[in-house]
Design a protein around this ligand. Sequence first.
Ligand code: DC
Length: 227
Amino acid sequence: MSRKFNIAIDGPSGAGKSTIARITADMLGIIYVDTGAIYRSVGLYVLRKGIDSKDRESIIAVLPEIKIEIAHDESGSQRMILNGDDVSAEIRLPAVSIYASDVSAIPEVRSFLLELQRGFAREQSTVMDGRDIGTVVLPDADLKIFLTASPEKRAMRRYLELRGKGIDTTYEDVLKDVQYRDKNDSERAVAPLRPAEDSVIIDTTEYGLEESIAMVYDLIRERMRED
Ligand code: DC
């Protein structure tokens, strides 16, 4: 790749964004930035503090105490460092998902994290995934992809993933969690989840992971060739 290239991948939870983004970034030899993990780290901090996830004033008040860094281990996986602690495993707990979704609806939290996210894309080529990357964080991204799938399919994928990690949950609970977050993430006033006008929409309901990765990878290569 000759010049810097930023790819934005947005979509609802469980659409396969992070797996697809991580693997395609790896295939391209560029870095992957999981912005959901950044919101999850803020959610975890608020949860640990014993603050209610809807208590906006208290959440805004603790933002200056939060320092978030992203590191990469030897296999290239993103590690989230919250005030010096590696919280990469803990941020995946279902309770943290709800907190992440709630804190992400607060405009001050979003602006607190905006520059951090933009900084990564300024310095290097990235595949960045989230909810508002194509619309707000990187409006000039070279390629914007909106990945989606039916809520039931997304819940089933997430359920299997959580079970695989040994997290005890049921499909019904995961579906409820997916529906809660879809509503929260799409209906919030700031940076709601929606496809950017110039995004390519991919519905993965009927596709397996390999096919979805191939579709995304081909799109990226095609866009790079046009350049
Ligand atoms: O992608 P994820 O499930 O790890 O994201 C956790 C929450 O963070 C999700 O419910 C919405 C929020 N989020 C956001 O508002 N904007 C982003 N760019 C990424 C995530």
